[in-house]
Design a protein around this ligand. Structure first.
Ligand code: ADP
Ligand code: ZN
Length: 729
């Protein structure tokens, strides 16, 4: 049955919640799903982490027949299928790693209409037998993942993908949806043409990744810098990229000697070792992987909290892709690049080996762009998006080192003039190194030979070191007051804007970074807070379950979902269901284990303030206005001070006695004036106190059990609050 209009809207949102456990769609998801349900073809470019899978998985669960997903990465199929099954979706895969018996099983299930989601590798489409089979099955949709693989214009062409062009002709009634995270306009046209999409609904999502914090730091003794970062982010998962195999091994070794478990990954390791290291990382058994860019294609781990680049990447595309692996779950993640000019000659060396003139030229251009990205004091996000042809609308992105208030404007007109003057007086014929030598008054052979020690600016900049002058030159270039011309030895030329500064018609402002002050979105979120002790406990529960089921932990629940639990402390299944990422299947399967852990944590830690459900919760608009927790506690206090007993207050206010007890507990913990004798009978209280002193910990169950029938849960709880308060002094 196809739902229409607002009917369909509610229906889709319900499915989003019950199957996937999410409250709202990410941008574009709903529009894509609607087109698919209307039987249209779709072409969608969405950044990594944009939530592409849901765009075909949700339709798969609501349409009749099987959705066939074509995906090139066999290594990921199992995890994806496990994740779908975890959400209660009937999913399976067919690939070359399976025996013919296993494949036959899947075919049988297909025949019996038992599979709504089928993952297959593209090479199957060259097999007539497979196509014959498929034609006998009722299909709902073809979803082509990593669709750019069909284009020779893309960076990842796979001839196998060309077989997919037969789909529209063989299955004229089945819609086709193609997804990719990287496609220039040219690749886009090519994909649509090659597959033969029929008037597709085209979606180009923004490449902005709002949850990623971008930062560039000056590189010096990079391994210590990495160590410092890791100590500030304990227990978090991430990748450290290095350019060479040797440096990968060194850094991994270094971290291990410092007590941080890190595994290496590069193309020089055996296939076995690579797979093993990747698996260990995937399963959260090691938090850090040090890798060359060979690592990445098979990464589907959604909870990467950081990506560090210890060396300069070759170009911006690569940098965007590598950093894009962080924070796929939508939670804040940190992308930190250590930038040192010393890395430039190493990359230049490789570029100079390129034979083809045009290719070499393009590589140099790309290198200049990434150097510009790192050196310019311009919002990193604006620069990255600009590179993809997107105009970032806001002045301040709030999530990069430049925008987050760690920089200040300073007037460095005089210093700029010193450099510009040195450039001008030497005829605009020299490169940066020589100009810096002049202003710092270096005594080099070249300077003596050229007589540059006699020009007026020689040595005027002695007071500052070379590094400083280098940074001013970067700024001059970034603000286009000088241009670099010529290859391989570029010289600096002054632009009209530069002349204005040299002759004092304009001042020159620069942004100065104060190292180490940038506050990431993540740190801001931490300040808002979630309970880290509980988080560790829930992680352990997740790990136990994941091991039992032989799936990676994130297939059970994402970090983001766990963190929300540590903010809202759901201690019943009904509350658990409201947490984002908890759908019906997962609620049923894992809900109890997590609720139990949270419950016992709350028991051991009385006095944890549990927030009221957030406004905007389903249904809140139709319910009568609820009082805020603070107000209702004050009301209890007022009645209590007025002489009423807790039971009477409960009756008067039509609240459960346990609710009133929890109010009193809060009031006691806060040190308010509560006469304990009116709360618990003094004799009983003495006994309970005595018992608490004899047991370890603060759990309530043992108390209630010990005094069977005599002491209620509430009484034990209130005495405990009183003891804790007094212990605090
Ligand atoms: P992509 O394939 O585009 O890189 P995924 O499909 O792997 O992205 O989704 C990335 C993450 O976002 C997954 O952890 C997924 O569960 C989560 N996600 C997808 N859609 C939503 C949504 N509407 N609300 C919350 N999380 C979502
Ligand atoms: Zn910014």
């Amino acid at each position: 049955m196809i739902h229409t209009g607002s009917n369909q809207e509610t229906f889709l949102h319900d499915t989003l919640k019950t199957v996937f456990g999410f409250q709202t769609f990410r941008p574009n998801q709903e529009a894509i799903i609607r087109s698919i349900l209307a039987g249209m073809d779709v072409f969608a470019v969405m950044p990594t982490g944009g939530g592409k899978s849901l765009c075909f998985q949700l339709p798969a669960t609501v349409m009749h027949g099987t959705t066939v997903v074509i995906s090139p990465l066999i290594s990921l199929m199992k995890d994806q299928v496990d994740a779908a099954v975890g959400n209660g979706i009937q999913a399976a895969f067919i690939n070359s790693s399976m025996s013919s018996d296993e494949v036959s099983d899947v075919y049988r299930m297909l025949q019996y209409k038992k599979i709504s989601l089928l993952y297959i590798a593209p090479e199957r489409f060259a097999m007539p037998h497979f196509l014959e089979r498929l034609k006998t099955v009722k299909l709902s949709l073809f979803a082509i993942d990593e669709a750019h693989c069909i284009s020779e214009w893309g960076h990842d062409f796979r001839p196998d993908y060309l077989g997919l062009s037969r789909i529209p002709e063989l299955f004229p009634d089945v819609p086709v949806a193609a997804f990719t995270a990287t496609a220039t306009r040219r690749v886009q046209e090519d994909i649509i043409y090659k597959i033969g999409l029929r008037k597709p609904h085209i979606v180009r999502a923004s490449f902005n990744r709002p949850n990623l914090f971008y930062e560039v730091k000056a590189k010096s003794r990079v391994e210590l810098q990495i160590l410092e970062f890791l100590s500030d982010h304990p227990g978090e998962s991430g990748i450290i990229y290095r350019t060479t195999r040797d440096s990968v091994m060194e850094t991994a070794g270094f971290l291990n000697t410092k007590g941080i478990a890190a595994l290496p990954y590069h193309a020089g390791l055996s296939a076995d070792e690579r797979t093993r290291n990747q698996e260990t990382f995937n399963r959260d058994e090691v938090q850090v992987i040090v890798a060359t860019i060979a690592f990445g294609m098979g990464i589907d781990k959604s909870n990467l909290r950081f990506v560090l680049h210890a060396d300069l990447p070759k170009n911006i595309e690569g940098y965007y892709q590598e950093t894009g692996r962080a924070g796929r779950d939508g939670d804040p993640a940190h992308c930190l690049l250590f930038f040192g000019r010393g890395d430039i000659p190493k990359i230049r060396y490789f570029i100079n080996e390129i034979k083809d003139d045009k290719d070499r030229f393009i590589s140099i251009e790309k290198l200049n762009q990434i150097v510009g990205f790192a050196a310019h004091n311009v919002c990193r996000r604006r620069q990255l998006l600009g590179f993809f042809g997107e105009d970032y609308p806001d002045d301040n992105c709030g999530a990069c080192d430049i925008c987050s208030g760690s920089v200040e404007q300073v007037d460095i007109t005089t210093d700029a003039q010193i450099l510009l003057s040195a450039i001008s007086r030497t005829g605009q014929r020299f490169g940066t190194g020589h100009i810096i030598d002049i202003v710092t008054g270096a005594d080099t052979k070249r300077i003596r030979e050229l007589g540059h020690n006699s020009i007026k600016t020689y040595g005027t900049g002695k007071g500052r070191d070379k590094k400083y002058w280098r940074s001013v030159i970067d700024e001059l270039i970034a603000q286009e007051t000088v241009l670099q011309e010529g290859d391989p030895y570029p010289v600096m030329k002054i632009t009209p804007k530069g002349s204005d500064i040299l002759f004092g018609r304009e001042s020159f402002m620069a942004l100065r970074k104060e190292e180490g002050k940038a506050k990431t979105a993540r740190e801001k979120e931490d300040a808002e807070g979630y309970d880290r002790t509980l988080f560790e406990k829930l992680r352990a529960v997740r790990k136990r379950i994941a091991e039992g089921q032989e799936v990676p932990p994130y297939v059970v629940f994402s970090d983001r979902t766990l963190r929300e639990m540590c903010r809202r402390f759901p201690s019943t299944l009904a509350e658990m269901r409201k947490i984002s990422g908890v759908g019906d299947a997962k609620l049923e399967r894992y809900g109890r284990d997590f609720v139990r852990e949270i419950q016992s944590y709350l028991d051991e830690n009385p006095g944890i303030a549990i927030p009221e459900p957030e406004s905007g919760d389903a249904g809140s608009a139709v319910l009568p206005q609820k009082k805020k927790k603070g107000e209702t506690i004050e009301e209890t206090y007022m009645f209590f001070k007025g002489g009423m007993s807790p039971d009477d207050i409960a009756k008067l206010r039509s609240l459960a006695p346990s609710t009133i007890a929890s109010h009193l507990e809060r009031l006691i913990m806060d040190g308010r004036d509560i006469d304990m004798d009116r709360v618990v009978d003094p004799g009983k209280r003495l006994k309970i106190e005595g018992f608490f002193k004899n047991i370890k910990g603060w759990e309530l169950n043992p108390v209630v059990e010990h005094f069977t029938g005599m002491v209620s849960y509430e009484e034990a709880r209130l005495v405990r609050a009183h003891l804790l308060r007094n212990n605090k002094g």
